[in-house]
Write a protein that binds this ligand. Structure first.
Ligand code: C5P
Length: 132
């Protein structure tokens, strides 16, 4: 399974995390917004679709400036997570799918419980943002 997710980076360096809703896999954990890539779908298109569904925002492919990946077992499945850094979007993110949204610095993410695939992305993101 391939999953795409976005690090939406605000001007002050904070990044958006969303809390997974009750009754779903990994409920209560804080994740980078995103979701599954459908068969035959390009990852960038999947990311734009998921961010529109989950947050009500628009991202253009030109706004997706970096990618990295992590893999983890997710309920017995092998999962590849592609993280895109996104600094521009249209609209204001709203919790259409999640319980709550939170803007946090990379150094604050360790205080929040996150899905196993998301955790290895934190130091990579931190290093990327420090040099960018
Ligand atoms: O959101 P959705 O259920 O489509 O996500 C598919 C799978 O990817 C779920 O198991 C979810 O926990 C996982 N996921 C993740 N980290 C993210 C986004 C999704 O581990 N940032």
């Amino acid at each position: 399974m391939t999953v795409v997710a976005a690090a939406l980076v605000r001007g002050d360096g904070c990044i958006l995390l969303q809390q997974r809703a009750p009754g779903r896999a990994m409920a209560g954990l804080w994740e980078f917004p995103g979701g599954k890539v459908e068969p035959g779908e390009r990852p960038e298109a999947a990311l734009a679709r998921e961010l529109h569904e989950e947050l009500g925002i628009g991202v253009g492919e030109g706004d997706l400036i970096a990618a990295t990946f992590a893999s983890a077992d997710n309920a017995g499945r092998h999962m590849l997570l592609l993280l895109y850094v996104c600094r521009k979007w249209q609209g204001t993110p709203a919790a259409l799918d999640a319980t709550a949204l939170s803007w946090v610095l990379p150094g604050e993410m360790h205080d929040l419980p996150m899905p196993p695939a998301d955790i290895p992305l934190i130091p990579i993101l931190d290093a990327l943002l420090r040099t960018a």
